[in-house]
Design a protein around this ligand. Structure first.
Ligand SMILES: [Mn+2]
Length: 377
């Protein structure tokens, strides 16, 4: 096994997650053995997709051709009640009497998904959630197994694809290393250093992000075969790059640069024309691309803030971090000071995002710039 992956898999968080990983694999294995229908729902990005591929491959290798496996992409961080109802009726139409198993990957453990989970439980379905977003206790109680790094003193650096790969290996003897790499790269986990990221898997990760968010009628099988084919992968990668380039140019045309007295340069970017919600590229990707271009010319402390209709992303260069900028600290301060303005937020020192409540985006933006201007020179 690759050394960097071996290091991650042997760390205390992954070690203490092992019993739950085993439990999840056992539940999935029983559903396969009992010929019950299984639905895999995965989040619409490279992490969700690599998780979906690992679990799908493991189940298929045990099903021996029995048509019991279904899949669906989930185009949000929430399991919506309407989707849960549609999923339940689809499975009960075809498999009357057999309790279905739902597997939710890279989403579904949050408070907003509780109502959907309750529907599944009341309908007699089983549910396994593999998710690395902060979870709600009630959601945890409503599912049969939750594999979450937060249950093992970990955090969101352990992506769903990494965890799902471990579950998949206990269901069937499979090669899942590359999918685990793709998930770590796709979710920009700091567990994997940039030098440890294989070029081809970086490409595959971007290609999956592109395929997943296109709202195309796509399938895990189609996406997996695309990234395994060198020519198709290259073509998808180039398409994704050119979409990022176009979005970056559109963003730059709506950018204001401020030079603050403390030496910081702040680029404020209206992303209204550059991105569309739920489509590729995502807000953070575009701000990152603008940042990369600006920092090639700007050696001093530089912060880029890109905002869409209800959220903004921060990116900063290393000079800004050295000069005392921390996006997470600024977000925490704004959260504490403007309690009714902020819905959620978080990230790292140099890359983070914040979602404002309706009507508060401009206030949060002004507050953020104000806080950057107060950093002592
Ligand atoms: Mn994820």
């Amino acid at each position: 096994m690759d050394d960097s992956l071996a290091r991650i898999l042997a760390d205390p968080v992954m070690k203490s997650l092992h019993p739950e990983i085993k439990r999840a694999a056992g539940i999935i294995h029983s559903a396969v053995r009992d010929s019950r229908p299984i639905l895999v729902r995965y989040n619409n990005d490279a992490d969700g997709m690599s998780a979906g591929m690992a679990i799908r491959n493991a189940i298929l290798s045990e099903l021996n051709g029995r048509p019991l496996l279904f899949e669906h992409i989930n185009n949000s961080a929430i399991y919506e009640q309407g989707d849960a109802l549609a999923d339940l009726s689809r499975l009960s139409r075809e498999f009357e009497g057999a309790a279905p198993l739902f597997i939710l990957l890279d989403f579904g453990a949050n408070q907003e998904s509780e109502a959907a989970l309750e529907l599944l439980k009341n309908a007699g379905a089983q549910c396994v959630i593999i998710d690395h977003h902060p979870f709600s206790e009630k959601a945890n109680g409503l599912c049969d197994s939750l594999v979450s790094p937060w249950c093992a003193k970990g955090d969101s650096r352990y992506p769903a694809g990494l965890l799902s790969g471990e579950v998949a290996k206990l269901i069937a003897p499979l090669e899942v290393e590359e999918l685990q790499f793709i998930s770590l790269i796709g979710d920009k986990s700091s567990l994997l250093k940039p030098a440890e990221q294989p070029e081809r898997l970086k490409k595959a990760s971007l290609a999956l992000d592109y395929l997943a968010s296109g709202r195309l009628k796509t399938s895990l099988e189609h996406c997996e075969s695309a990234i395994l084919d060198e020519k198709k992968l290259d073509s998808l990668y180039q398409q994704a790059l050119s979409r990022i380039y176009e979005a970056k140019e559109a963003a730059k045309s709506q950018m204001k640069i401020k030079h603050l007295e403390n030496g910081f340069t702040v680029a404020i970017i209206n992303l209204g024309k550059a991105i569309r919600k739920g489509e590729f590229p995502a807000r953070g990707t575009v701000v990152g691309a603008v940042m990369e271009e600006l920092s090639a010319k700007e050696a001093g402390p530089l912060v880029a803030i890109g905002y869409g209709d209800d959220a903004m992303s921060f990116r900063a260069n290393s000079a800004a971090k050295k000069a005392g900028f921390s996006a997470t600290r600024i977000i925490a301060e704004i959260k504490a000071e403007l309690t009714n303005a902020v819905d959620s937020g978080g990230g790292h020192d140099v890359a983070a995002s914040i979602r404002a409540n309706e009507g508060f985006l401009k206030i949060v933006l002004d507050e953020a710039v104000g806080k950057i201007s107060q950093i002592p020179a």
